[in-house]
Design a protein around this ligand. Structure first.
Ligand code: DAH
Length: 349
Protein backbone atom coordinates (compact mmCIF):
# COMPACT_ATOMS: atom_id res chain seq x y z
CA UNK A 1 0.00 0.00 0.00
CA UNK A 2 2.76 2.33 1.02
CA UNK A 3 4.59 1.75 -2.27
CA UNK A 4 1.40 2.31 -4.22
CA UNK A 5 0.85 5.61 -2.47
CA UNK A 6 4.39 6.75 -3.08
CA UNK A 7 4.13 5.59 -6.67
CA UNK A 8 0.98 7.62 -7.31
CA UNK A 9 2.49 10.75 -5.82
CA UNK A 10 5.70 10.30 -7.79
CA UNK A 11 3.74 9.82 -11.03
CA UNK A 12 1.71 12.94 -10.42
CA UNK A 13 4.85 14.97 -9.68
CA UNK A 14 6.45 13.83 -12.88
CA UNK A 15 3.30 14.63 -14.89
CA UNK A 16 2.30 17.92 -13.39
CA UNK A 17 4.78 19.99 -15.39
CA UNK A 18 3.22 18.89 -18.64
CA UNK A 19 -0.15 20.31 -17.52
CA UNK A 20 -0.53 23.52 -19.51
CA UNK A 21 -4.22 24.15 -20.12
CA UNK A 22 -7.50 23.98 -18.26
CA UNK A 23 -8.36 20.93 -20.31
CA UNK A 24 -5.16 19.25 -19.05
CA UNK A 25 -6.26 20.11 -15.51
CA UNK A 26 -9.62 18.46 -16.10
CA UNK A 27 -7.91 15.35 -17.45
CA UNK A 28 -5.45 15.04 -14.62
CA UNK A 29 -8.20 15.52 -12.05
CA UNK A 30 -10.10 12.67 -13.64
CA UNK A 31 -7.02 10.50 -13.66
CA UNK A 32 -6.24 10.95 -9.96
CA UNK A 33 -9.31 12.04 -8.05
CA UNK A 34 -12.11 11.32 -10.54
CA UNK A 35 -14.72 8.58 -10.11
CA UNK A 36 -12.29 5.87 -11.09
CA UNK A 37 -9.11 7.87 -10.47
CA UNK A 38 -6.07 6.38 -8.72
CA UNK A 39 -6.82 7.86 -5.31
CA UNK A 40 -10.48 6.85 -5.47
CA UNK A 41 -9.60 3.31 -6.46
CA UNK A 42 -7.10 3.16 -3.64
CA UNK A 43 -9.74 4.16 -1.11
CA UNK A 44 -11.89 1.31 -2.35
CA UNK A 45 -9.13 -1.13 -1.34
CA UNK A 46 -9.37 -0.04 2.29
CA UNK A 47 -11.76 -2.92 2.95
CA UNK A 48 -9.03 -5.49 2.36
CA UNK A 49 -6.52 -3.84 4.71
CA UNK A 50 -6.13 -5.75 7.97
CA UNK A 51 -7.83 -4.04 10.87
CA UNK A 52 -4.68 -3.19 12.79
CA UNK A 53 -3.23 -1.34 9.79
CA UNK A 54 -6.45 0.44 8.82
CA UNK A 55 -5.81 3.56 10.84
CA UNK A 56 -2.33 4.12 9.48
CA UNK A 57 -3.21 3.28 5.90
CA UNK A 58 -6.31 5.42 6.10
CA UNK A 59 -4.22 8.39 7.21
CA UNK A 60 -1.79 7.79 4.39
CA UNK A 61 -4.55 7.67 1.79
CA UNK A 62 -6.03 10.88 3.17
CA UNK A 63 -2.62 12.56 3.12
CA UNK A 64 -2.20 11.40 -0.45
CA UNK A 65 -5.60 12.85 -1.43
CA UNK A 66 -4.65 16.14 0.15
CA UNK A 67 -1.27 16.33 -1.59
CA UNK A 68 -2.82 15.43 -4.92
CA UNK A 69 -5.55 18.05 -4.55
CA UNK A 70 -3.04 20.66 -3.50
CA UNK A 71 -0.70 19.98 -6.37
CA UNK A 72 -3.50 20.10 -8.93
CA UNK A 73 -5.08 23.21 -7.38
CA UNK A 74 -1.84 25.16 -7.40
CA UNK A 75 -1.28 24.18 -11.03
CA UNK A 76 -4.80 25.28 -11.88
CA UNK A 77 -4.24 28.63 -10.21
CA UNK A 78 -0.95 29.07 -12.04
CA UNK A 79 -2.69 28.46 -15.39
CA UNK A 80 -5.59 30.80 -14.65
CA UNK A 81 -3.25 33.53 -13.42
CA UNK A 82 -1.27 33.24 -16.63
CA UNK A 83 -4.46 33.50 -18.71
CA UNK A 84 -5.58 36.56 -16.76
CA UNK A 85 -2.21 38.26 -17.02
CA UNK A 86 -2.10 37.71 -20.73
CA UNK A 87 -5.59 39.15 -21.04
CA UNK A 88 -4.70 42.16 -18.95
CA UNK A 89 -1.62 42.81 -21.04
CA UNK A 90 -3.50 42.58 -24.31
CA UNK A 91 -6.57 44.56 -23.33
CA UNK A 92 -5.71 48.05 -22.39
CA UNK A 93 -8.36 50.68 -21.76
CA UNK A 94 -7.76 54.18 -22.92
CA UNK A 95 -9.29 56.14 -20.09
CA UNK A 96 -8.78 59.40 -21.94
CA UNK A 97 -11.41 58.48 -24.57
CA UNK A 98 -14.70 60.35 -24.16
CA UNK A 99 -17.55 58.26 -22.71
CA UNK A 100 -20.62 57.13 -24.59
CA UNK A 101 -23.24 59.83 -24.68
CA UNK A 102 -26.57 58.85 -23.20
CA UNK A 103 -29.29 60.11 -25.46
CA UNK A 104 -31.83 62.21 -23.65
CA UNK A 105 -35.39 61.72 -24.82
CA UNK A 106 -37.72 64.64 -25.43
CA UNK A 107 -41.39 65.10 -24.76
CA UNK A 108 -43.74 64.84 -27.69
CA UNK A 109 -45.22 68.24 -28.59
CA UNK A 110 -48.69 66.92 -27.77
CA UNK A 111 -47.57 65.86 -24.31
CA UNK A 112 -46.09 69.30 -23.77
CA UNK A 113 -49.15 71.19 -24.84
CA UNK A 114 -51.50 68.89 -22.90
CA UNK A 115 -49.51 69.48 -19.74
CA UNK A 116 -49.52 73.20 -20.38
CA UNK A 117 -53.32 73.26 -20.66
CA UNK A 118 -53.72 71.08 -17.60
CA UNK A 119 -51.37 73.22 -15.52
CA UNK A 120 -53.16 76.38 -16.51
CA UNK A 121 -56.62 75.07 -15.68
CA UNK A 122 -55.56 73.37 -12.47
CA UNK A 123 -54.13 76.74 -11.40
CA UNK A 124 -57.61 78.19 -11.96
CA UNK A 125 -59.26 75.60 -9.74
CA UNK A 126 -60.32 73.05 -12.35
CA UNK A 127 -59.80 69.32 -12.09
CA UNK A 128 -58.64 67.11 -14.92
CA UNK A 129 -61.42 64.72 -15.87
CA UNK A 130 -61.18 61.71 -18.12
CA UNK A 131 -63.76 60.28 -20.45
CA UNK A 132 -63.50 57.22 -22.69
CA UNK A 133 -62.69 57.35 -26.38
CA UNK A 134 -65.33 54.73 -27.00
CA UNK A 135 -68.57 56.47 -26.17
CA UNK A 136 -72.27 55.68 -26.27
CA UNK A 137 -74.58 57.31 -28.78
CA UNK A 138 -76.44 58.63 -25.77
CA UNK A 139 -73.47 60.53 -24.33
CA UNK A 140 -72.03 61.59 -27.66
CA UNK A 141 -75.31 62.84 -29.12
CA UNK A 142 -78.62 62.30 -27.35
CA UNK A 143 -77.75 63.90 -24.04
CA UNK A 144 -76.12 66.75 -25.93
CA UNK A 145 -79.44 67.62 -27.49
CA UNK A 146 -78.80 65.71 -30.71
CA UNK A 147 -81.55 63.06 -30.81
CA UNK A 148 -81.44 60.27 -33.41
CA UNK A 149 -81.96 61.71 -36.88
CA UNK A 150 -80.76 65.21 -35.94
CA UNK A 151 -79.17 66.73 -39.08
CA UNK A 152 -76.15 68.10 -37.17
CA UNK A 153 -75.00 64.50 -36.61
CA UNK A 154 -74.04 64.33 -40.29
CA UNK A 155 -71.14 66.71 -39.80
CA UNK A 156 -69.60 64.25 -37.36
CA UNK A 157 -69.49 61.06 -39.29
CA UNK A 158 -67.22 58.73 -37.38
CA UNK A 159 -66.38 55.13 -36.57
CA UNK A 160 -69.29 53.08 -35.23
CA UNK A 161 -69.03 49.65 -33.68
CA UNK A 162 -71.32 46.93 -34.93
CA UNK A 163 -73.13 44.01 -33.33
CA UNK A 164 -73.53 43.83 -29.58
CA UNK A 165 -72.10 47.32 -29.08
CA UNK A 166 -74.00 48.86 -31.93
CA UNK A 167 -74.76 52.00 -30.01
CA UNK A 168 -71.12 52.74 -29.39
CA UNK A 169 -68.81 54.89 -31.44
CA UNK A 170 -65.43 56.56 -31.20
CA UNK A 171 -66.32 59.92 -29.70
CA UNK A 172 -66.77 62.34 -32.51
CA UNK A 173 -66.81 65.63 -30.69
CA UNK A 174 -65.21 67.56 -27.92
CA UNK A 175 -68.28 67.68 -25.71
CA UNK A 176 -68.97 64.17 -24.53
CA UNK A 177 -67.01 64.12 -21.28
CA UNK A 178 -69.25 66.88 -19.93
CA UNK A 179 -72.22 64.52 -19.86
CA UNK A 180 -70.23 62.07 -17.78
CA UNK A 181 -68.98 64.86 -15.53
CA UNK A 182 -72.51 66.09 -14.83
CA UNK A 183 -73.96 62.62 -14.34
CA UNK A 184 -71.20 61.40 -12.06
CA UNK A 185 -71.48 64.49 -9.88
CA UNK A 186 -74.22 63.09 -7.70
CA UNK A 187 -74.65 66.08 -5.42
CA UNK A 188 -75.43 68.19 -8.50
CA UNK A 189 -73.23 71.00 -7.26
CA UNK A 190 -70.77 73.18 -9.18
CA UNK A 191 -68.34 71.63 -11.69
CA UNK A 192 -65.08 72.86 -13.15
CA UNK A 193 -63.32 70.35 -15.37
CA UNK A 194 -61.06 70.06 -18.36
CA UNK A 195 -60.80 66.82 -20.26
CA UNK A 196 -57.93 66.05 -22.62
CA UNK A 197 -58.17 63.03 -24.90
CA UNK A 198 -58.63 61.74 -28.39
CA UNK A 199 -61.53 62.48 -30.73
CA UNK A 200 -62.23 60.79 -34.06
CA UNK A 201 -63.85 62.26 -37.13
CA UNK A 202 -63.86 61.72 -40.87
CA UNK A 203 -61.35 64.41 -41.76
CA UNK A 204 -57.96 64.37 -43.33
CA UNK A 205 -55.97 67.24 -44.76
CA UNK A 206 -52.98 69.33 -43.74
CA UNK A 207 -54.76 70.96 -40.78
CA UNK A 208 -57.29 68.25 -39.85
CA UNK A 209 -56.67 64.65 -38.95
CA UNK A 210 -59.09 61.74 -38.59
CA UNK A 211 -57.98 61.74 -34.98
CA UNK A 212 -57.15 64.72 -32.84
CA UNK A 213 -56.46 65.57 -29.24
CA UNK A 214 -59.20 67.52 -27.60
CA UNK A 215 -59.28 69.77 -24.62
CA UNK A 216 -62.83 70.07 -23.44
CA UNK A 217 -63.92 72.38 -20.66
CA UNK A 218 -67.06 72.63 -18.57
CA UNK A 219 -68.00 75.02 -15.79
CA UNK A 220 -71.30 74.75 -13.97
CA UNK A 221 -72.31 77.02 -11.15
CA UNK A 222 -74.81 79.66 -10.14
CA UNK A 223 -74.58 83.03 -11.91
CA UNK A 224 -72.30 81.91 -14.73
CA UNK A 225 -72.42 84.12 -17.80
CA UNK A 226 -70.83 84.63 -21.22
CA UNK A 227 -68.44 87.05 -19.52
CA UNK A 228 -66.92 84.15 -17.57
CA UNK A 229 -66.54 82.15 -20.76
CA UNK A 230 -64.93 85.06 -22.57
CA UNK A 231 -62.49 85.81 -19.75
CA UNK A 232 -61.51 82.17 -19.42
CA UNK A 233 -60.86 81.69 -23.11
CA UNK A 234 -58.90 84.92 -23.33
CA UNK A 235 -56.62 83.82 -20.51
CA UNK A 236 -56.25 80.40 -22.12
CA UNK A 237 -55.35 81.68 -25.58
CA UNK A 238 -52.95 84.32 -24.35
CA UNK A 239 -51.20 81.85 -22.11
CA UNK A 240 -50.84 79.18 -24.76
CA UNK A 241 -50.28 81.26 -27.88
CA UNK A 242 -48.66 84.38 -26.41
CA UNK A 243 -49.78 87.51 -24.59
CA UNK A 244 -50.32 89.49 -27.80
CA UNK A 245 -53.00 87.07 -28.99
CA UNK A 246 -56.46 88.59 -29.33
CA UNK A 247 -59.65 86.60 -29.15
CA UNK A 248 -62.83 87.21 -31.16
CA UNK A 249 -66.24 85.62 -30.64
CA UNK A 250 -68.57 84.96 -33.58
CA UNK A 251 -72.17 83.81 -33.13
CA UNK A 252 -72.59 80.20 -34.22
CA UNK A 253 -74.77 77.17 -33.73
CA UNK A 254 -74.23 74.03 -31.71
CA UNK A 255 -77.20 71.99 -30.50
CA UNK A 256 -75.77 71.71 -26.98
CA UNK A 257 -75.08 75.38 -26.29
CA UNK A 258 -77.28 78.44 -26.42
CA UNK A 259 -75.98 80.95 -27.30
CA UNK A 260 -73.11 79.32 -29.17
CA UNK A 261 -69.95 80.91 -30.45
CA UNK A 262 -67.01 80.14 -32.59
CA UNK A 263 -63.80 81.63 -31.36
CA UNK A 264 -61.04 83.06 -33.49
CA UNK A 265 -57.57 84.16 -32.49
CA UNK A 266 -55.33 86.67 -34.23
CA UNK A 267 -53.24 84.85 -36.80
CA UNK A 268 -50.10 83.62 -35.08
CA UNK A 269 -48.12 84.05 -38.25
CA UNK A 270 -48.87 87.63 -39.31
CA UNK A 271 -50.13 88.87 -35.95
CA UNK A 272 -53.43 89.95 -37.52
CA UNK A 273 -52.17 91.87 -40.56
CA UNK A 274 -53.35 89.26 -43.04
CA UNK A 275 -51.37 86.51 -44.76
CA UNK A 276 -51.83 83.34 -46.78
CA UNK A 277 -52.35 81.24 -43.66
CA UNK A 278 -55.28 83.28 -42.37
CA UNK A 279 -56.53 83.89 -45.91
CA UNK A 280 -55.85 87.61 -45.48
CA UNK A 281 -58.41 87.89 -42.68
CA UNK A 282 -55.97 88.22 -39.80
CA UNK A 283 -57.98 85.65 -37.80
CA UNK A 284 -57.89 81.89 -37.37
CA UNK A 285 -60.79 79.85 -36.04
CA UNK A 286 -59.77 77.64 -33.17
CA UNK A 287 -62.64 76.70 -30.96
CA UNK A 288 -66.35 76.05 -30.38
CA UNK A 289 -68.03 77.16 -27.19
CA UNK A 290 -71.18 78.49 -25.60
CA UNK A 291 -73.53 78.53 -22.64
CA UNK A 292 -74.70 75.01 -21.82
CA UNK A 293 -78.18 74.48 -23.27
CA UNK A 294 -80.93 74.15 -20.61
CA UNK A 295 -81.99 70.81 -22.14
CA UNK A 296 -78.46 69.47 -21.69
CA UNK A 297 -78.42 70.59 -18.07
CA UNK A 298 -81.74 69.00 -17.24
CA UNK A 299 -81.03 65.78 -19.14
CA UNK A 300 -78.06 65.25 -16.81
CA UNK A 301 -79.92 66.15 -13.65
CA UNK A 302 -79.22 69.87 -13.22
CA UNK A 303 -82.01 72.39 -12.73
CA UNK A 304 -81.45 75.05 -15.43
CA UNK A 305 -83.37 77.61 -13.40
CA UNK A 306 -80.72 77.35 -10.69
CA UNK A 307 -77.51 76.47 -12.54
CA UNK A 308 -75.87 77.81 -15.66
CA UNK A 309 -72.70 76.72 -17.31
CA UNK A 310 -70.30 77.31 -20.13
CA UNK A 311 -68.47 74.79 -22.22
CA UNK A 312 -65.78 74.84 -24.82
CA UNK A 313 -63.88 72.38 -26.91
CA UNK A 314 -60.87 72.60 -29.14
CA UNK A 315 -58.18 70.53 -30.77
CA UNK A 316 -54.84 70.89 -29.07
CA UNK A 317 -53.13 69.58 -32.20
CA UNK A 318 -54.02 72.74 -34.09
CA UNK A 319 -52.91 74.79 -31.15
CA UNK A 320 -49.59 72.93 -31.18
CA UNK A 321 -49.29 73.60 -34.92
CA UNK A 322 -49.64 77.32 -34.26
CA UNK A 323 -47.40 77.35 -31.26
CA UNK A 324 -44.59 75.32 -32.75
CA UNK A 325 -45.13 76.28 -36.42
CA UNK A 326 -45.80 72.71 -37.55
CA UNK A 327 -46.90 72.86 -41.19
CA UNK A 328 -48.62 69.46 -41.45
CA UNK A 329 -50.78 67.94 -38.71
CA UNK A 330 -49.96 64.44 -39.90
CA UNK A 331 -46.35 64.73 -38.79
CA UNK A 332 -47.62 64.90 -35.21
CA UNK A 333 -48.67 61.26 -35.48
CA UNK A 334 -45.82 60.04 -37.70
CA UNK A 335 -43.75 58.71 -34.81
CA UNK A 336 -40.57 60.06 -36.32
CA UNK A 337 -38.10 60.70 -33.55
CA UNK A 338 -36.33 63.38 -35.61
CA UNK A 339 -39.57 65.35 -35.60
CA UNK A 340 -40.16 64.95 -31.88
CA UNK A 341 -36.61 65.94 -30.98
CA UNK A 342 -37.04 69.34 -32.55
CA UNK A 343 -39.39 70.41 -29.77
CA UNK A 344 -36.97 69.81 -27.00
CA UNK A 345 -37.15 72.84 -24.73
CA UNK A 346 -38.69 74.92 -27.56
CA UNK A 347 -41.48 76.15 -25.31
CA UNK A 348 -39.17 77.43 -22.62
CA UNK A 349 -38.93 81.14 -23.28
N1 DAH B 1 -68.08 69.90 -29.72
C1 DAH B 1 -67.82 70.81 -30.80
C2 DAH B 1 -66.92 70.13 -31.81
O1 DAH B 1 -66.34 69.11 -31.50
C3 DAH B 1 -67.19 72.11 -30.36
C4 DAH B 1 -67.83 72.66 -29.14
C5 DAH B 1 -67.38 72.30 -27.92
C6 DAH B 1 -68.89 73.50 -29.20
C7 DAH B 1 -67.96 72.76 -26.79
C8 DAH B 1 -69.48 73.99 -28.05
C9 DAH B 1 -69.02 73.57 -26.85
O2 DAH B 1 -70.52 74.81 -28.03
O3 DAH B 1 -69.64 74.05 -25.77
O4 DAH B 1 -66.81 70.60 -32.91
Amino acid sequence: MKEKIDGILAELKSEIDSVKTNQDVTNIKAKYVGKSGYVTELSKLMGSVPNEEKKEVGQMVNALRESVNELIASKEKEINDAILNEKLEKESIDITLPGKKIKRGSLHPMTRITEEFEDLFVSMGYTVFEGPELESDENCFQKLNLPKGHPARDAQDTFYLKDEVENYLLRSQTSTAQVRAMESNTDKGPIRIVCPGKVYRRDEDATHSHQFMQIEGLVIDKNISMADLKGTLEVMMKRVLGEKTEVRFRPSYFPFTEPSVEVDVTCFKCGGKGCALCKQTGWIEVLGAGMVHPNVLSMSGYDPSVYQGFAFGTGMDRMAMFKYAIPDIRTIYGNDIRFIEQFDRKDVD
